[in-house]
Design a protein around this ligand. Structure first.
Ligand SMILES: *Cc1c(COP(=O)(O)O)cnc(C)c1O
Length: 365
């Protein structure tokens, strides 16, 4: 058998995005795919060979900095939110230089923080959330001590799309002189394009780093995560010497790294512009509303009023429903500790997809 035909067979086993209502990834824009192909053999791990790609990355970081209200943005495009979170915390840890470091994160934080505490050998303290699943700032304060090297807030939680009170966290962070890291892996490319956006970014003086992933709502090709620091100090804290490359220092976590994410993310933002992004976010929010209304009519109640294009509904049968839908090749997610089913209304989740899904869902319940 022809190898490509063989590959096609495997690929056909995958579930098409038109049946996926659980993923924070989506079908990349066509322009993103073209850009990806143009940069297919670039390696930003050795930037002296790819000065053009490096220059493009600087432009993209500047663009993201503008979006996040930072005049001196520093950072890079990485493998995803996990790496971005690792680097944000690693930088703060190196700067604060405590013998027995700890960080304070919300209970709702992404599971990448499990890896962070393991890799960085940092104690992770989890603050409780209020009834709307926003972190309780007074509890964060009570968990801070002289060994706390970072506070984390989330702008768009993975499970519910909730936004932590970043403004209050930032004040606390400033008062205690502890860097605040905002995990906006998902929300970073949603919130700025909403009406009356919540101020989750560098407008807050205590915010020192932000995770923002183009391979989620940025509709770029995978992998494309982003870590943006307020200034160079935080990037410098990550540097190691490179004995044989075209540059003397490297601040990234991975060595060899693709320029494809840089090109595809840039292509999307440049071609759509902030106004085009606003249209897409608007459509996703409208579709979230449509799905929520359909589900409410079927007797399901949202866990919280949706804040962005993520919505979860309470049900004791969450895992059963998820399994039955999966048997029928529809993918939703079940939040195990909340007894809820969860949906992410990405750009590929159109009105048509929702209609098809609901008709299948009726049969399942
Ligand atoms: C998706 C997500 C991550 C992890 O990103 P990956 O690209 O999967 O590594 C981290 N934090 C939040 C809030 C996320 O939604």
């Amino acid at each position: 058998m022809d190898v490509l035909e063989e590959l096609r067979k495997f690929r056909e086993m995958d579930i098409p995005y038109s049946r996926v209502l659980s993923s924070m990834c989506t079908v990349p824009l066509e322009i993103a795919v073209k850009a990806h192909q143009m940069f297919i053999n670039t390696n930003l791990g050795d930037p002296g060979i790819f000065p053009g790609t490096l220059e493009l990355e600087r432009k993209l970081i500047k663009m993201l900095g503008d979006l996040l209200h930072c005049e001196t943005p520093c950072g890079y495009i990485c493998s995803g939110g996990t790496e971005a979170n690792i680097q944000g915390i690693r930088s703060a840890r190196n700067i604060k230089a405590k013998k027995e470091p700890n960080i304070v994160i919300p209970k709702t934080a992404h599971f990448s923080f499990e890896k962070i505490c393991d890799i960085l050998r940092i104690e992770v303290r989890r603050a409780d959330v209020d009834e709307a699943y926003r972190v309780d700032v007074s509890e964060v304060e009570s968990l801070i001590d002289e060994n706390t090297v970072s506070i984390v807030g989330i702008a768009g939680t993975t499970e519910l799309g909730q936004i932590d009170p970043i403004v209050e966290l930032s004040k606390l962070a400033e008062e205690k002189d502890i860097p605040l890291h905002v995990d906006a892996a998902f929300g970073g490319l949603v919130i700025p394009f909403m009406d009356n956006p919540y101020p989750f970014d560098f407008v807050n003086e205590g915010v020192m780093s932000i995770t923002i992933d183009p391979h989620k709502m940025g509709m770029a090709t995978i992998p494309a995560g982003g870590i943006i620091f307020r200034n160079e100090k935080f990037l410098k804290a990550l540097e190691v010497e490179t004995p044989y490359l075209t540059t003397k220092m490297q601040f990234t976590l991975t060595g060899t790294r693709p320029g494809t994410g840089v090109a595809s993310a840039y292509a999307v933002l440049k071609s759509l512009g902030f106004s085009g992004m606003r249209e897409i976010v608007k459509m996703c929010l409208k579709n979230t509303k449509i799905l929520t209304e359909e589900m409410t009519q079927l007797g399901f109640e949202p866990v919280i009023e949706p804040v962005m294009n993520v919505v979860a509904f309470k049900t004791e049968r969450a895992e059963k429903i998820r399994e039955e839908l999966y048997r029928r090749r529809w993918v939703i997610s079940a939040i195990r500790n909340l007894s809820a089913i969860r949906f992410v209304i990405m750009p590929h989740v159109t009105e048509e997809v929702i209609k098809n899904f609901i008709s299948e869902f009726r049969k399942v319940i």
